[in-house]
Design a binder for this molecule. Structure first.
Ligand SMILES: Nc1ncnc2c1ncn2[C@@H]1O[C@H](COP(=O)(O)OP(=O)(O)OP(=O)(O)O)[C@@H](O)[C@H]1O
Length: 685
């Protein structure tokens, strides 16, 4: 079980305090935190060569020594060992080889970093900084949440104000941009723009953000006035170039962030057109970053980047491609059970923080958001202005559950996302890596739960390709959820003013003297009531359906098909009971079949084995390994035989009294819901 957090989600927490606390946690966990460990490893690796994944050793050796020679950090080490006096008098030894002071980062930029709690560079930043500042084209790869954005923001800014790009940079009114950053989504563009705005602002550089779905006029105005950095999505940038609003003649840097996604999304032509507008490519530095770099992107990078490019790949051939700060969990769950199970997963694993739920299709996101109290949907079909409101509401803590398509899978950096839930395994491993990477960022930890239909999932493919060793769990047990809810309720009760005691005291005393229960037992009941729990129902291991039990059938010989299992049961059970079976799945060893039956039918099934020699039926205590089958196209998972969707079960509430607060009230909303609809065509978000 996860540890249950006592922290309440209080959006009014002083952000400064919150940052300080986080910093303390990071310091306290330095020895165990994989990121910190990796930072330490990086210190040792400092002088090692970057991994070259496209085997262009020859190209590397031809790298211009003037431009791409690594800077001798030793010169800085003396300064780095200086003991610095912090504002609050705390002494901090800047002996970390990745300390900001060890890099050619100017004072205003250092100050801006310090204000955001950044005193040392993360490995990807440390490993790429000097190369970028020295003028190299570069391909950078690091796991999600490891600071790839600042890995290009900082050296670019430094180059523009103090480095090689300074001399030829224009500064007056109407100046053309020096930097062009392309990103696949508007949300990401806004986020990266924000970093350029803050850090660029600190060194007197202007940025603007241009993306589709927003009005042209303010963008045109900003470009006309002159900016140093333009961040945006390829489509809108192309439009501005064609309208003559963006002049790339003095461009110094072009950055492709989340490059594989941008190219996968079909922006190849736009990107090529934009890059092709640069007349003298020798004068422009091109940087390409992502957590995932499929082979085809590596090939394509050779067209966009100079042959002397450097490649810094912090993932390389390591088996684990996904975030190492995340607990990766899989949980069998039918579509029909999701509205019941998801709130419980949130109760148990979100530690009171934010949760992002990923669905494959927009319809599913809308539907699930409608079923989960307080949740909002985010996908590509939602109007841009509404998307912005939704995202900023989620960021600010107005609501804590976001149900999104892959539009939110990439790059989004949202504070305190503790939990990721994927409603089904995605089709490709890159999507798994990026989605799960929305948590466990910047050295923090997180949990990623992937729901799957045990009969038709590609969990093992994702496990193999991502290197993740999944933890297998079953849906949270009612007792666990009640315990988690009880902790929260107990905390709330302690916050109730003492002034209420006199008014309720005599009723409490009466209850204590007449109920025959102890004070603790009564208080436990009161906590249950406060959290909306008046009865606890059990759940099946196979599909997580409430009031269902998973049974194992063995017939004394191999069971190769579900229909064989059904035929065995037809010999010993009435037809209506056989028809009520759901989730029929074959065990991986080929000797049995597991399925769900209603709780009240369990005895009938167990008794039936007496009617046939060699047949064994038993209640499953732990779900055995099951055979995986190809997932059918055109349908979202499915609960029982031929069934799918949220609304097609009449299974009652686990808690007869419903539940209050967060995670409550599904049963009412579920009525009349049309269930997940079939997949829409194409790969639209
Ligand atoms: N040196 C640093 N010290 C502390 N925090 C940092 C540092 N660099 C970046 N961060 C923070 O780490 C978080 C993750 O950074 P960023 O979004 O750039 O990650 P990423 O590697 O691009 O992730 P993804 O692959 O998911 O896009 C951000 O909140 C950022 O402010």
């Amino acid at each position: 079980m996860p540890s249950l957090s006592l922290t309440s989600n209080n959006s009014s927490v002083d952000p400064k305090k919150e940052k300080k606390m986080k910093k303390k946690i990071v310091l306290d966990t330095q020895e165990t935190d994989p990121l910190m460990v990796s930072i330490k490893k990086e210190k040792k690796k400092e002088k090692r060569k970057a991994v070259e994944f496209d085997g262009d050793d020859e190209e590397r050796s031809e790298t211009s020594s003037e431009l791409c020679e690594p800077v001798n950090l030793k010169k800085k080490s003396k300064k780095a060992k200086v003991v610095e006096e912090e504002e609050d008098g705390e002494e901090v030894k800047a002996e970390d080889p990745n300390a900001v002071t060890r890099f050619r980062i100017s004072e205003p930029l250092r100050e801006a970093l310090k204000k955001r709690g950044i005193e040392a560079l993360f490995p990807i930043q440390a490993r790429t900084f000097e190369d970028i500042l020295n003028g190299c084209d570069l391909v950078g790869r690091a796991r999600t949440g490891q600071g790839k954005t600042l890995a290009f923001v900082l050296p670019i800014l430094e180059s523009l104000v103090n480095g090689p790009a300074k001399a030829s940079r224009k500064t007056g009114y109407g100046r053309p941009p020096s930097v062009l950053v392309l990103l696949p989504t508007r949300e990401l563009a806004t986020q990266v723009f924000d970093d350029f705005r803050v850090y660029g602002g600190a060194v007197g550089l202007n940025s603007c953000c241009v993306y589709g779905g927003a009005s042209y006029q303010p963008q045109e105005l900003a470009l006309k006035r002159g900016v140093d950095i333009v961040v945006g999505t390829p489509g809108r940038i192309k439009d501005h170039i064609e309208k003559g609003n963006i002049d790339l003649s003095l461009l110094k840097f072009r950055v492709l962030d989340e490059s594989d996604e941008m190219l996968r999304m079909g922006f190849v032509e736009d990107v090529e057109l934009i890059l092709g507008k640069v007349e003298d490519v020798k004068k422009v530095q091109t940087l390409l970053f992502s957590a995932t770099l499929p082979d085809w992107v590596k090939n394509i990078s050779s067209r966009f980047l100079k042959p002397t490019k450097k490649t810094i790949d912090l993932v390389g051939n390591e088996k684990m491609k996904a975030s190492t700060n995340v607990r990766h969990i899989v949980l069998p769950c039918s579509t029909a059970a999701m509205p019941q199970v998801i709130p419980d997963i949130i109760s148990c694993y979100s530690s009171g923080g934010r949760t992002i739920i990923f669905t494959e299709k927009r319809e599913s996101a809308n539907e699930l958001a409608g079923l989960l109290p307080g949740a909002r949907a985010l996908h590509g079909e939602i109007q841009q202005s509404k998307r912005e409101v939704t995202l900023s509401g989620f960021r600010s803590g107005k609501f804590l559950t976001l149900v999104a398509t892959n539009v939110a899978a990439r790059g989004l950096d949202i504070n305190d996302v503790q939990l990721i839930i994927q409603c089904e395994p995605p089709n490709d491993v890159e999507a798994y890596i990026h989605r799960s990477g929305r948590t466990g960022r910047a050295g923090n930890s997180g949990v990623a739960v992937m729901l799957y239909d045990p009969r038709r999932s590609n969990v093992s493919k994702i496990q193999r390709e991502s290197g993740v060793k999944f933890e297998h769990i079953t849906a949270p047990r009612a007792e666990d959820i009640a315990k988690a809810a009880g902790v929260g309720a107990a905390e709330t009760i302690t916050q109730v003013s003492d002034s209420v005691i006199p008014a309720f005291k005599s009723a409490a005393e009466d209850l204590l003297s007449t109920s025959g229960l102890s004070a603790v037992e009564l208080l436990a009941k009161a906590l249950a009531k406060a959290t909306g729990y008046t009865e606890i129902k059990s759940r099946s291991l196979l599909t997580s359906m409430e009031n269902h039990v998973t049974l194992l059938l063995e017939s004394g010989k191999p069971i190769h098909t579900p229909s064989f299992a059904f035929s065995v049961m037809r010999r010993i059970l009435p037809e209506d009971k056989v028809e009520s079976v759901t989730g029929m799945s074959l065990t991986a060893d080929g000797n049995g079949a597991v399925f769900d039956v209603k709780k009240e039918d369990v005895d009938t099934f167990l008794a039936a084995q007496e009617n046939a020699a060699g047949v064994n039926i038993e209640v499953v205590k732990a779900l055995p390994s099951l055979q995986e089958r190809d997932r059918p196209r055109g349908r979202f998972g499915g609960g029982g035989r031929g069934r799918g969707g949220f609304g097609d079960r009449s299974g009652g509430n686990r808690f007869s009294g419903g539940r209050g607060g967060r995670g409550g009230g599904f049963s009412d909303r579920r009525n009349g819901s049309g269930g997940f609809k079939g997949r829409n065509n194409g790969n639209k978000w």
